[in-house]
Design a protein around this ligand. Sequence first.
Ligand code: BGP
Length: 479
Amino acid sequence: MSVLRKDFLWGGATAANQFEGAWDVDGKGPSVPDMCTNGSHTSPKWVTTAIRPDRLYPSHEAIDFYHHYEEDIALFAEMGFKCFRMSINWTRIFPTGMEEEPNEKGLAFYDRVFDCCKKHGIEPLVTISHYELPYALVERYNGWAGREVIDCFVRYCKVLFERYKDKVKYWLTFNEINSGTMPMGDFLCTGIIRGYEGPVTQSDNKDQTRFQALHHMFVASATVVKYAHEHYPQFQMGNMICFITSYAYTCNPDDVLKNQAQMRRMNWYCSDVQVRGEYPSYAKRLWEENGVELKMEPGDLELLKEGTVDFYTFSYYMSNCTSADPNAAQSAGNIAGGAKNPYLPASDWGWQIDPKGLRYTLNEIYDRYRIPLMVVENGLGARDEIEPDGTINDDYRIDYLRQHIEQMIEAVKDGVDLMGYTPWGCIDLVSASTGEMAKRYGFIYVEKYDDGTGTLARRKKKSFDWYKKVIATNGDDLA
Ligand code: BGP
């Protein structure tokens, strides 16, 4: 008998910029990922200040969900999805982010998508901003470093809320907002890259700019959460954190303290603000030690208090260790690496695989906040091969997901209130960190390749039928 809620939100997760394509269709403007070239595990993708004709930009076509949404949502429905996590491309609605009036053709596209979900009985979970800041806001304001972007975001949200109030109940303001504490987040999240052309791994930004940009995002998020609560009481408003659990590398107190500081900066800082409605007790010292002096306006702190979220969501792919020893062996990671854990295997991209870490993490988060949780990203990025008979036997992916779902169920037995699970990239899409197609997560294979070629045809992988059974049994049959 399943221990999961009867209305558990099983589904899958995507992001507009990584799968829609149609980057300049029907009035859409360019966003940061549209300025990013392809890359690989060994050679970083670049952000360019203009479109370079000799480079490949994977978001421009991606897997063309824009023209395949009916087919794709029908496949999700066939797996039994209750929920579909997707994001809205800000630049479809406001091409530069600064217009007064929205682009009707962009709004109409998401009407079609939501109507199609409804037809199949699938509840959308919408990320309002998933790593796709309008590039014009980077050029004009240096991304979220500019306080002006708050107003642009609020205008965008008000349009979405009013337009989709009868179609969407679950909203997340910013994807992985805490990536903004790390250099990689300058490119993905805060967009503090004005005038920069080069690999997305390096950045001359200082923490001053990062934490100021995050302050603006907190105010923006709280403003729209408060507004939604006042005007649309049926909405559930959530945050979204890239949770990279870190263990102290040893029981040496130096490792333990360093790990605590890492956990706070990376994992807790942003959600402490978004869930508790105030900066945490350790913030002052964190700012001081990193040369940060936040500029706030009167009323900001009150707003943070008034705009706290209803539920907490996060991505979980891996864990890391923190060591005080600068020579400790290092492992890779999505937003940040760490010391290598000798007990864990890793994916082909070096992300350490730690299903029990998910149980631990769910418990830690729930203990701290006591609001409903949802795992809105999890999965294994791997190379898939099509067999001569056309099948794709992704047993490695099934193993990964099974082990994580088992631990999720353990966490529910531990007392965690878990709303749902939407594994990442339920259909193959472009990798956020490397811009590759070769790093695949889907239950559905898409014939699209790193050189930009491919028929875009969809095929079910072995994991498709496996996940269908998992959903049908509410997690009881994971075999
Ligand atoms: C998260 C992002 C996603 C995503 C995923 C997998 O950090 O929210 O957008 O892509 O990681 O990462 P990658 O695509 O780099 O393998």
